[in-house]
Write a new protein. Structure first.
Length: 203
């Protein structure tokens, strides 16, 4: 049976004291998320923990991402301090990294996300980055496309991006060849290409 979507505001989540001086909001448990771990931590006052001092179990191989949703925090990662105002992401890929974060303002709230590195990013991440860079930095755009094609060798979208990069490099014949390959893999992508002011002229 399909599970319905759920919507909840952070302030509606249960506030559980601890560990230490932080307040824990059990996001994952409240929403029933099964794909990854996620929680929120808040501080009543400056100086309270918003991430308790810890490292991760190496047997779990979890990566962790923190996001400062409100206020300001100081993260201490293996002894190095990082200022983290609201809007800051902090990524900790290594389970051995000792991590700790302290609120610099009352009400500081940090969201955490964690899980094993099993996710395979979609090819569009490389495609859109490369196309956006093609005219400004064709060499960097080419690096992005090449990296994407290593991970997604059958992606029509990345071949479209490659066509855009080749045009920026002055290789119109190579651009046409990349488009031919893209449309052989996904014929209905022709409409997308025709809407592109630059690539549409190659069809």
């Amino acid at each position: 049976m399909p599970r319905p979507p759920r919507v909840v505001h952070l302030d509606e989540l249960e506030a559980i004291p601890g560990p230490g001086t932080l307040t824990w909001h059990p996001v994952r448990a409240h929403l029933g998320i099964q794909a990854f771990g996620t929680n929120a931590y808040s501080a009543a006052k400056a100086g309270d923990d918003v991430v308790e001092p810890h490292d991760e179990n190496p047997d779990l191989a979890h990566e962790e991402l923190y996001f400062v949703a409100r206020g300001r925090a100081t993260f201490i990662l293996d002894g190095e301090r990082f200022d983290a105002p609201a809007g800051t992401y902090v990524f900790v890929p290594d389970t051995a990294t000792h991590r700790h974060a302290v609120a610099e303002e009352p009400g500081t709230t940090v969201l955490s996300f964690g899980g094993p590195p099993t996710f395979t990013p979609s090819a569009w991440e490389w495609m859109f980055r490369a196309v956006a860079l093609a005219d400004r930095d064709a060499a960097k755009a080419r690096e992005i496309v090449d990296d994407g094609l290593e991970k997604h060798p059958d992606s029509p979208g990345l071949r479209i991006a490659l066509a855009r990069v080749r045009l920026a490099e002055g290789d119109e014949g190579g651009a046409r060849a990349a488009l031919t390959e893209a449309l052989a893999l996904q014929p209905d992508a022709e409409d997308y290409v025709r809407q592109d002011a630059v690539l549409g002229e190659l069809l």
